[in-house]
Design a protein around this ligand. Structure first.
Ligand code: SAM
Ligand code: DTB
Ligand code: SF4
Length: 336
């Protein structure tokens, strides 16, 4: 179904395809071109149609296997080939993961995401991660993992142990992808997402902006995500964290308002998804984050650390949410 929408009074008409399944890159790019206030107004309106206004989900990350990764993702401090000062470690023991999950729950997180710096897990790794997933789930937390590429069998094994979400990002538009990663192709990412979906695990899939891509390529990423059928339940939008030693360190910084626009376009094209304001919040500052919430972001990574890099202190985040009159997922009793 294609609907012609008069964007807002006083602005030019914008032809928007609202077929839940098809967003052309051009239609996503047209949203980016809207006057800033009109874009945010529209995103906030849609947000309120589908979610309780002012309710934010808190997700805590834990790196269960840090560094030493064989891949060449140009943004990533955990790739073995770059000299970033991140030391390679082994898979954490189960007890350490459970202790971190208990602390996250205590602090108010509702979802716990376990990340590993792997290209793909080995069979023996999956067994260990399965035990972690079951133990975290038993604490009453939603479970998420991000372990690299997954086979069909591995996805089913993770589902069996109680995995609710799997995070695997498309990262950027297909046209820009080869400038960022050469050790695996776009289609392999789509294949993993297919295995996850097929296994009945909810999909967490987003990308990174600020890597030197064009606006059209940002629109291309969002269109790819929105055209996944169905689109992801969770959409993490990362602002590149520039880490010394990675090839993308020193990239031209993105205008923060362009980041806000990206959140708004994600909200409009994927109205029922949890849009997560992800990496890079420390660098964005409070005012830009407030605009992101206005643009429809309703989830954050919560806790003093992302995987290897810094995140705002949990206490500072609680203060920010209070200052903005935002409630957490737990306060509002919602679990989706
Ligand atoms: N190794 C697995 C993989 O690549 O799928 C899982 C972990 S990986 C660190 C998860 C995601 O974190 C990446 O796909 C990327 O989107 C994001 N990420 C990594 N480094 C980042 C950085 N410096 N800035 C922003 N996002 C980053
Ligand atoms: C996602 O989209 N962002 C998170 C999570 N999924 C795994 C990771 C951000 C990593 C930032 C760099 C680091 O801390 O190493
Ligand atoms: Fe490895 Fe994942 Fe980092 Fe790429 S993003 S280098 S796959 S840990």
């Amino acid at each position: 179904m294609t609907i012609s929408t008069q964007a807002l009074a006083g602005t030019k008409a914008v032809q928007t395809t609202v077929n839940a399944k098809t967003w052309t890159v051009e239609a996503a790019a047209q949203l980016y071109e809207l006057p800033f206030n009109d874009l945010l107004y529209r995103a906030q309106g849609l947000h309120r149609e589908h979610f309780a206004a002012g309710e934010i989900e808190l997700v805590t990350l834990l790196s269960i296997k840090t560094g030493g990764c064989p891949e060449d993702c140009a943004y990533c401090p955990q790739a073995a080939r770059y000299h970033t000062g991140v030391e390679a470690g082994n898979l954490l023991p189960l007890a350490e993961v459970v202790a971190a999950a208990e602390a996250a729950k205590q602090n108010g997180a509702t979802r716990f995401c376990m990340g590993a710096a792997w290209r793909e897990p080995k069979a023996r790794d999956i067994e260990k991660v399965q035990a972690m997933v079951s133990a975290v789930k038993a604490l009453g937390l939603e479970t998420c993992a991000t372990l690299g590429m997954l086979s069909d069998l591995q996805a089913r094994q993770l589902k069996q142990s109680g995995l609710d979400y799997y995070n695997h990002n498309l990262d950027t538009a297909p046209e820009f992808y080869g400038k960022v990663i050469t050790t695996r192709v776009y289609q392999e990412r789509l294949d993993t997402l297919g295995h996850v979906r097929q296994a009945g695990i909810k999909v967490c899939c987003g990308g990174i902006v600020g890597m030197g891509e064009s606006r059209l390529q940002r629109a291309g990423l969002i269109a790819q995500l929105a055209n996944l059928d169905p689109y992801p339940e969770s959409v993490p939008i990362n602002h590149l964290v520039q880490v010394p030693g990675t090839p993308l360190h020193g990239a031209e910084p993105l205008d923060p308002l362009e980041f806000v626009r990206t959140i708004a376009v994600a909200r409009i094209t994927m109205p029922r998804a949890r849009v997560r304001l992800s990496a890079g919040r420390r660098e964005l500052g409070e005012a830009v984050q407030a605009l992101c919430f206005l643009a429809g972001a309703n989830s954050i990574f919560y806790g003093d650390k992302l995987l290897t890099s810094g995140n705002p202190e949990a206490e500072a985040d609680r203060a920010l949410l209070a200052k903005l009159g935002l409630r957490t997922h737990v306060d509002s009793g919602a679990m989706s």
